[in-house]
Structure formats: structure tokens, C-alpha cells
Design a binder for this molecule. Structure first.
Ligand code: HGY
Ligand code: MN
Ligand code: MN
Ligand code: MN
Length: 420
């Protein structure tokens, strides 16, 4: 792990140095032994980063609000009753996740907002809109599915009450977990006029092309399959093979079918994996009665995902018949392919050109809060390079230099959006 840069006592509050010090400090919250973080939504580690953000924001003159689904907003009011430009990302992580995914976007947004605040004070020029930094609840969806939850409730895509009732694998609901860490807010969230987010690319395009930043033109089409394989529990010693209804044997064929279906399409047109897989009762001498799994299907072309899903449903029905067991398949978390507004893409390109940096347009295959916000307001989504294109794992890495560059561009974009 890179040694956190020692805080220079005389460093300006919004300086690059202070930004890096604070970023590397947050990366120690929920730190794992292999340079990653484990800060799943509403765990005590998530609470610690929320508390850190609240004290940082209040210490720098922001008003902090928490809404009913646990989204946190650090608000700067320049113009009474004017709507807000929202900038931000998420502080929650995947299990054994990376230090940069989400956290980079929140901390750079805090510093970009602080710089806008300082510039407004210095210039005496009143912006057109207000500015708020947001830490979205449960972007990752590792503990509570579906992912991109808090921003989808804010954007009106998900129903608040339905999401508050979602439970984790232990049966704890979102509502209970929010109350347990004291972030079951009741504040009215700021009304957004536009949204901007900066994030690590999580792929290897920028690195391969030695390009400083990316700007997102479109988001992928995706859906998940909730697959429940229901066999029969029995003794692994005393039960004749002909009498077994082994959910894990059939389930394993389903996992392979989800992987192998990608070969039916042009190279990389479809990406798919089963990421979550729970065996019950998971005892060494019991034939498994149930396997619950979630498959994630994504493509730039909606027709590919739909065709893959239909093919998979047929193959899974054949597996169920062959094993004489029940397999239930439910579609969920379907997200349409969407394009980001051209004006926002050009705004990012202009901000980057002003800094003498290089930029390229690309599609995002990873989900982001900007994908939800793009349904509600004009959104701008930018990327900085990921070393080796690795993410959702402890090896995830982005250099201090790239992080500072992205902060500079986000500050320019936020300044433009508030009309400063
Ligand atoms: O869905 C996604 O890709 C995100 O990481 N939650
Ligand atoms: Mn993310
Ligand atoms: Mn992620
Ligand atoms: Mn994401």
C-alpha cells in the first residue's frame, strides 16, 4: 500500500496534497490485508466513512443532509432556493474490493466543491446554481441487491419502500441496517439540475492508449438472473446415487451454461458471470438441497443480452428436466442502454483541453450512479485510468498523479455547471 502522504501542517485545505492525504486516510477505513477495502453498505466500516465525510464537510462549511434511503449530501448554498448541481459517487465497496472504486469520486467531489467555494468567495461572483457533493447509498449491491440502489431511488427508478424492505443474506433489511448505523435520514434531498461524476475506468482502454481521461458517451444494457436450484437434501453416504436430487450438481451445470453462452456471440459482444452462489445447507455430508445464484449479463447491444437470456432459460429448463429437479429463474435489475447528453461530453472535453490533457469517449460496461442520474438530469461521467484495468478486487490501483488530474477536471466541470 502506498504510504499515505504525511499531512503537511501548512498545506491549504483544498490543496492536492491535502486531497491525497485525505484519500489515503479514507482508504485505511475497512482496509484489508492486501491493500483493498471491505466496506459493504451499512456495515460499521461504511458508517466510519460516512462519519468521516460528515465531519470533513461540516468542518469545511457544508450543510450535511441524509435522505430516507441513506444518501448523504454535503450542500453549499450560493443562491437561496436555486437547484443544485450534484457531484459525487459512492463510499461503499465490494467485499474485498478496491480502494479507488467510488471513494475516489466522492473525495475528489468534496475537494472540487471546496475549490468552487473558495473561488466564489475570492471572485465575489455569485453562481447560478447551488452545489452539493453526494455519497450514494449502496452503489455496489454486494450486500443488498440490486446495485446502484440509492441513486436509483433518488432518480425515481426504484421505489423507496420496496428498497427499504430489501434484506441481505442474513435477513437484515435496509431499513434495519440504516437505523443500526444511525443513517436512516429524514432530510429532503437537494433538487438536482445536473450531475457529474468521476470514477476509475475499471477497464484497460485509457492505460493501453496512454490517455489521461475518458468521458462516457453511453452505458451498457444489462440484466441479472436470480436462479434458484431446488433439489432434495439427503445423506451423502446412505443415499443411493439414483435417489439423489443434488442441487449443486445441476447448479454447477447452470454456472457453466452462463459462462459458455458468451461463445454463441461475436468475441466479447456478451460478458456474463455468476458472482453470487450460496449452497444450502453447505455441510460436507449432506447432498445439497438448494443453490441460489445470481447471473450478470451485459452487452453494448440490448438484443444480445435478450437473446442470451432466452437461450439460457431454455438450457436451464433442459438441465432441470435431466436432473428431475426444479430451477426457478427470475429476471431483475434490467437497465436499458442509454446515451449521455452530448453537451456534457463536450463540457468534459473542453475542461480537459483547457488543462492540456488527452481524453477519449467510451462506453461504460460497469454500472455507476451516473447511469441512474442520467434518467433524471443531464449527467457527465468521466474516468481516470486503472492500472492493469483491474477493479472489484484488492489489486485495484490508480496513481496519485491521475487522481489529481481528474480532480482538476472535475473542478472545471463543476465550475461550469454551477455557472460560476
Ligand atoms: O453494477 C456495477 O457494475 C457496479 O459496480 N455496481
Ligand atoms: Mn463504482
Ligand atoms: Mn463497483
Ligand atoms: Mn459501479
Amino acid at each position: 500500500m502506498t504510504a499515505p502522504t504525511a499531512a503537511l501542517s501548512n498545506a491549504a485545505p483544498s490543496s492536492d496534497h491535502t486531497f491525497l492525504t485525505d484519500f489515503h486516510h479514507v482508504a485505511t477505513i475497512g482496509a484489508t490485508d492486501n491493500d483493498g477495502v471491505d466496506r459493504q453498505a451499512l456495515t460499521s466500516e461504511d458508517k466510519q466513512t460516512r462519519d468521516w465525510m460528515r465531519s470533513w464537510a461540516e468542518g469545511n462549511g457544508f450543510e450535511v443532509r441524509v435522505d430516507a434511503i441513506g444518501n448523504m449530501f454535503a450542500c453549499l448554498e450560493f443562491v437561496p432556493d436555486a437547484p443544485y448541481v450534484l457531484i459525487g459517487s459512492h463510499l461503499d465497496s465490494q467485499p474485498l474490493g478496491g480502494r479507488f472504486d467510488g471513494a475516489y469520486g466522492v473525495i475528489s467531489a468534496l475537494f472540487a466543491a471546496l475549490r468552487v467555494k473558495e473561488n466564489v468567495a475570492e471572485s465575489g461572483q455569485t453562481p447560478r446554481f447551488n452545489l452539493a457533493v453526494v455519497n450514494w447509498f449502496n452503489e455496489e449491491g454486494g450486500r443488498f441487491a440490486p446495485s446502484i440502489m440509492g441513486s436509483s431511488v433518488y432518480a425515481g427508478l426504484f421505489d423507496l419502500e420496496e428498497m427499504l424492505a430489501v434484506c441481505d443474506l442474513e435477513g437484515t433489511s435496509v431499513a434495519e441496517a440504516l437505523a443500526a448505523i444511525g443513517y436512516n435520514g429524514a432530510d429532503t434531498p437537494p433538487e438536482a439540475i445536473s450531475y457529474a461524476e468521476i470514477h476509475i475506468e475499471q477497464g484497460r482502454i485509457l492505460e493501453r492508449e496512454s490517455t489521461h481521461l475518458g468521458v462516457v458517451e453511453s452505458s451498457w444494457y444489462t440484466q441479472k438472473l436470480d436462479i434458484d436450484v431446488l433439489g432434495e437434501q439427503s445423506h451423502t453416504g446412505a443415499t443411493a446415487m439414483a435417489d439423489r436430487h443434488d442441487a449443486l450438481v445441476a447448479g454447477s451445470k447452470v454456472v457453466l451454461a452462463v459462462h459458455d453462452i458468451t461463445a454463441e456471440f461475436d468475441d466479447e459482444a456478451l460478458v456474463s458471470s455468476v458472482g453470487q452462489h450460496v449452497v444450502e445447507p453447505n455441510s460436507p455430508i449432506v447432498v445439497p438441497r438448494r443453490v441460489h445464484m445470481v447471473a450478470d449479463l451485459r452487452s453494448s447491444d440490448p438484443a444480445v443480452v435478450i437473446a442470451a437470456r432466452d437461450l439460457l432459460r431454455k438450457q436451464i429448463a433442459d438441465i432441470a428436466r435431466a436432473h428431475d429437479i426444479t430451477i426457478n429463474v427470475e429476471d431483475f435489475d434490467i437497465r436499458e442502454k442509454r446515451y449521455f447528453p452530448e453537451a456534457g461530453v463536450e463540457l468534459a472535453e473542453k475542461a480537459v483541453a483547457n488543462e492540456g490533457l488527452s481524453i477519449r469517449r467510451l462506453e461504460t460496461m460497469a454500472g455507476h450512479d451516473s447511469v441512474a442520474m442520467n434518467h433524471r438530469v443531464p449527467a457527465v461521467m468521466m474516468f481516470v485510468p486503472s492500472v492493469d484495468g483491474v477493479s472489484h478486487c484488492e489489486r485495484e490501483f490508480t496513481t496519485d498523479e491521475d487522481m489529481v488530474r481528474g480532480l482538476g477536471v472535475l473542478t472545471s466541470v463543476a465550475t461550469e455547471l454551477v455557472g460560476g
